[in-house]
Design a protein around this ligand. Structure first.
Ligand SMILES: Cc1cc2nc3c(=O)[nH]c(=O)nc-3n(C[C@H](O)[C@H](O)[C@H](O)COP(=O)(O)O)c2cc1C
Ligand code: SF4
Length: 518
């Protein structure tokens, strides 16, 4: 029987040499005359083990990693094709604690299947949600999504069902589904992983959104820095079209839905939904004033759903297993699961999908395993570059929208960046202001000018120039940006700055210049 070997094609695995490992394995197979095939799967999301090679055996899939090309001959010698022991052997993949502790609903197939095999997709429960949706009325689909409690995973946490209902009820002959795959937040990679590892789940989710709202055309807007995701998505859309999943009659239902992939140049602000729509229309990526909401006047002025990749990719499992099944996971008003992305100075970086409600400390210490440097964790930034810094004292905060908001933070796209005790929080605050200055679309003054003044003020504090006065000035500036900015780029930049000042005041009190000179 042909042996199946899995070598990921995910960008993170490729960056760590997965292609060279696949070539080395192919060479060994040929020289040894073995009946084996290599499947290029997505990533399981355990970055410290990449490239993670798996072999399908009678005992299930056995994992080896991180594999270097030079390890390959010894793997064959040891009998890894039969799942034999080797220093790199991690045992049965699904028993690796990092994976075993997860609840994989949205990422159920990621790393398991061949991303471009529809046969694989269907074999692992794929397309069941869309099969149900084509038989349902739009209002019933929307009710199910609403009842599931699904909230936007792009950052704002807006209820997905309500957004869809607005688009369904908006007058207009042509409506659109726009998938926000810009994924600009630092330390996040969930959108990329799903597009590279399970593209059909996004296509299925978008098609369901189309049926639910009456939209017949969809766009996936992503960035040029994601070449592998772009390639995979374009290929998957083509396959889906040929199979009758997309096109004039979705799964033979007589209802039309088609989509295409559009690539932006990669500006952080183009992830903001209205700037994204401008960019999609070929205009400069600048934020539009709201109202009108994109749901009423979005792409080309027509009713448009703008949803994050993970929001849309979570819909198929909701339609397949039912709203109750999904909403049973989670806590409070944060229902279902969330793919947490652990990055920065962490021992076990990667993607961990779990029900809302784990504490930040459990995620950072138990799952992430502390820092890669081995030094104590000092701060964790949650929610990308606009997210607050959390000190250890707040590690008992449960990971859900409301608990984080109550601590002046946000979960955003669920990226967590870990820092050890060598971090300088004044520098981090300055960096937040600098990031905002660089990425600002320039439309409003508090953000465009305020961020630059913020950098200058942080520099003055660092130089010991009137520190008390400049600390007050920085806090005041943050207040102006928070309440005076048109969008969340200027409006949320104060979060990392103020949290750094509040929780790490000692870093904002360098020796005054006069004392330092003596
Ligand atoms: C500066 C800025 C950048 C953003 N970047 C992204 C992004 O990369 N991806 C994303 O899905 N949402 C991003 N958002 C949020 C979107 O504006 C919007 O809320 C989201 O796409 C809606 O989808 P959801 O309801 O499924 O989360 C960003 C918002 C701001 C203000
Ligand atoms: S806050 Fe910044 S990014 Fe947002 S509209 Fe104003 S200038 Fe543009």
């Amino acid at each position: 029987m042909t042996i199946t070997i899995f070598v990921p094609r995910d960008a993170a695995a490729l960056a760590l040499g997965a292609d060279r490992v696949a070539t080395a394995i192919a060479r060994e197979i040929e020289t040894r005359g073995i009946d084996a095939r290599i499947v290029r799967n997505g990533s399981r999301g355990m970055h410290w083990l990449e490239p993670l090679v798996e072999v399908r055996t009678e005992r299930g899939r056995i994992a080896y990693g991180p594999v270097k090309p030079s390890d390959v001959p010894s793997l064959f010698e040891a009998g890894f094709l039969q799942g034999a022991d080797h220093p790199l052997c991690r045992g049965r993949t699904k028993e690796i604690p990092f994976l075993a502790r997860q609840t994989r609903l949205t990422f159920a197939r990621c790393g398991v299947t061949d991303p471009l095999s529809l046969e694989d997709y269907r074999h692992y429960q794929g397309m069941k949600g869309l099969e149900k949706a084509v038989t349902m009325q739009p209002t019933d689909i929307i009710q199910q999504v609403t009842d599931s409690g699904l909230r936007g995973r792009g950052g704002a946490g807006f209820p997905t069902g309500i957004k869809w209902k607005t688009v369904l009820e908006a007058p207009g002959a042509q409506k659109y589904i726009v998938c926000n795959a810009d994924e600009g937040d630092s330390g996040t990679f969930a959108d990329r992983m799903i597009m590279e590892g399970d593209p059909f789940v996004l296509i299925e989710g978008m098609a369901i959104a189309g049926l639910a709202t009456g939209a017949t055309k969809g766009f996936i807007y992503t960035r040029s820095e994601y070449p592998h995701a772009i390639e995979t998505m374009i290929a998957a859309v083509e396959i889906a079209r040929k199979a009758g999943i997309l096109g004039p009659s979705v799964l033979g239902s007589g209802k039309a839905f088609d989509m295409e992939v559009r690539v932006g140049a990669g500006a952080y602000v183009c992830g903001e939904e209205t700037a994204l729509l401008n960019s999609l229309e070929g205009k400069r990526g600048i934020v539009r004033a709201k109202p009108p909401l994109p749901a009423l006047q979005g792409f080309l002025g027509r009713p448009t759903v703008v949803n994050n990749v993970i929001s849309l990719a979570s819909v198929p499992v909701i339609m397949d297993r039912g709203a109750e099944f999904y909403r049973d996971f989670g806590m409070g008003r944060s229902r279902g699961t969330i793919p947490i992305q652990i990055a920065g100075n962490t021992r076990h970086g990667g993607l961990f999908e779990t029900a809302f409600g784990l504490t930040l400390g459990e995620i950072v210490d138990d799952i992430g395993g502390g820092t890669a440097s081995g030094r104590p964790v000092r701060a964790v930034q949650v929610g990308g570059p606009l997210g607050a810094y959390f000190p250890r004292a707040l590690f008992d905060t449960p990971f859900d929208y409301e608990s984080f908001a109550a601590k002046d933070g946000l979960i955003g796209h669920a990226g967590i960046t870990v820092f050890d005790d060598t971090v300088d929080m004044l520098k981090q605050a300055r960096f937040a202001m600098e990031f905002c200055a660089v990425e600002s679309c320039g439309k409003c003054t508090p953000c465009r000018i305020g961020s630059t003044r913020g950098v200058e003020t942080a520099d003055k504090i660092a130089q010991g120039i009137e520190p008390q006065k400049n600390r007050e000035l920085l806090a005041d500036l943050c207040n102006t940006m928070k309440f005076g900015s048109l969008c969340a780029l200027g409006g949320f930049t104060p979060y990392p700055v103020l949290s750094a000042m509040t929780h790490f005041p000692e870093d904002f009190s360098p020796a005054p210049i006069a004392e330092a000179a003596e």
